[in-house]
Design a protein around this ligand. Sequence first.
Ligand SMILES: N[C@@H](CCC(=O)N[C@@H](CS)C(=O)NCC(=O)O)C(=O)O
Length: 219
Amino acid sequence: MITLHHIPFSRSFRILWLLEEMGLRAELKTYSITDGSLRAAEFKAISPVGRVPALEIDGLTIYESGAIVEYLTETRPEHGLGRLPGDAERVAFLEWLGFAETQASILASLNMQHLFMGDPTPAAPATMKLEAARLASTLKAMDRALSEREWLLPSGFSAADTMMGFNLFSAPYFVHFDKFPHVAAYVERIEARPAYKEARLLDGRQEFYSKDFYEVPHG
Ligand SMILES: N[C@@H](CCC(=O)N[C@@H](CS)C(=O)NCC(=O)O)C(=O)O
């Protein structure tokens, strides 16, 4: 029995999708980001600052999406979705897992500024502009890598794609993708994957974004 602590359209999708790629199905415990359930003592016993994902598997409870990805790929190497020590792509694999959080932390800041700090908190246009530019530079790095290959690692699809690919749900709300054609084509390849499609059906409705694009307001 596998249990995934989950919020629709959040980083727990990385794990939902990876499990589908492995042919594994978790029971979902779904939370809302706004109703206080993440702050309950019961959930903090699972994830110390009340964040998703957390995964219960093999008698363990694991939080941090990167740690979960490493655990799943190392304990289930038959799926070929990790790059184990000794693999020529090991370092690149680990770099993408870390880079996914570099990029996601910028997205979290943009989400905070544009979506969650409503009236009467004043928006901070200078911060929004800076974070959008920092997000664009991470997309540029991805675009460069993807100009040479279909997936982030030269040998093919891996869990690095589930870590980074999830970020591309949110990124187009803040940066237009027309400058990043290889990233745009990569999103199409992701969306064509059967495991991704299945995970999207299981994910649930996003309740964050109410606009197609969030412009930086004039400060
Ligand atoms: N580095 C962590 C970040 C987890 C995280 O921040 N998750 C967000 C959802 S995408 C969350 O649970 N936010 C709830 C909150 O900040 O209260 C990971 O990769 O698992």
